[in-house]
Design a protein. Structure first.
Length: 200
């Protein structure tokens, strides 16, 4: 695994491509920025087509939330991991953060979620979430806005597979101008004392 020191901020510049081997995770314990462009995105992918890397995980704290900015960021073919005793349930797992995700693609996760964010303030804008194994996005105990995104599932449906586009739990969210296609369960799941304002 690639594990950075506490409170170290990590930046991946435009055009960077990380290819992670099977079950290998990337763990940031501070701020993280991926500043891609439309022609030179930042990419995090599995090194081999037939295997999944672990988790790309970012962990702040309640007293010192991580500042996370993902702009033109592409991640795919990851899974989940336990790193230093913390369980990260998604290929892209962000805990305790102030997170902005814009013009990005989260795809082809083999774990429960394409992206899982916990205990955070969130802005997810103009991005695409597709063909992740279960939920495309899972937001837990967080506040923020999810706007202008596309969620879709186009793979052959496995028996018993239940996929939601956007799943929120214990959260307060403004959800607007999103498109949902091909989910086998719900486009939006609002549960566990969540409050959601859902706009066309």
């Amino acid at each position: 695994d690639i594990i950075f020191p506490y409170n170290a901020s990590v930046t991946l510049k435009k055009g960077v491509v990380l290819l992670l081997n099977k079950n290998i995770s990337f763990f940031v314990r501070g701020g993280f920025t991926a500043e891609g462009t439309s022609t030179e995105p930042v990419k995090v992918l599995s090194h081999y087509e037939d295997s999944s890397f672990g988790s790309f995980a970012i962990l702040g704290s309640a007293n010192n939330p991580a500042k996370v900015v993902l702009n033109n960021f592409i991640i795919g073919a990851g899974s989940e991991a336990v790193i230093n005793g913390t369980y990260f349930s998604s290929q892209l797992s962000i805990h305790y953060s102030d997170t902005l995700i814009k013009d990005s693609q989260i795809m082809n996760s083999t774990s429960d979620d394409g992206i899982n964010i916990k205990f955070s303030y969130i802005q997810i804008l103009d991005s695409a979430f597709y063909n992740n194994f279960a939920d495309q996005i899972d937001l837990d105990y967080s506040n923020g806005i999810v706007s202008g995104n596309k969620f879709y599932y186009s793979k052959p449906v496995m028996e018993g597979l239940s996929t939601d586009g956007l799943d929120i739990s214990g959260s307060v969210m403004v959800i607007r101008n999103n498109i949902f296609e091909g989910m086998t369960d719900k486009g939006i799941s609002v549960g566990e004392r969540s409050n959601a304002i859902i706009l066309e």
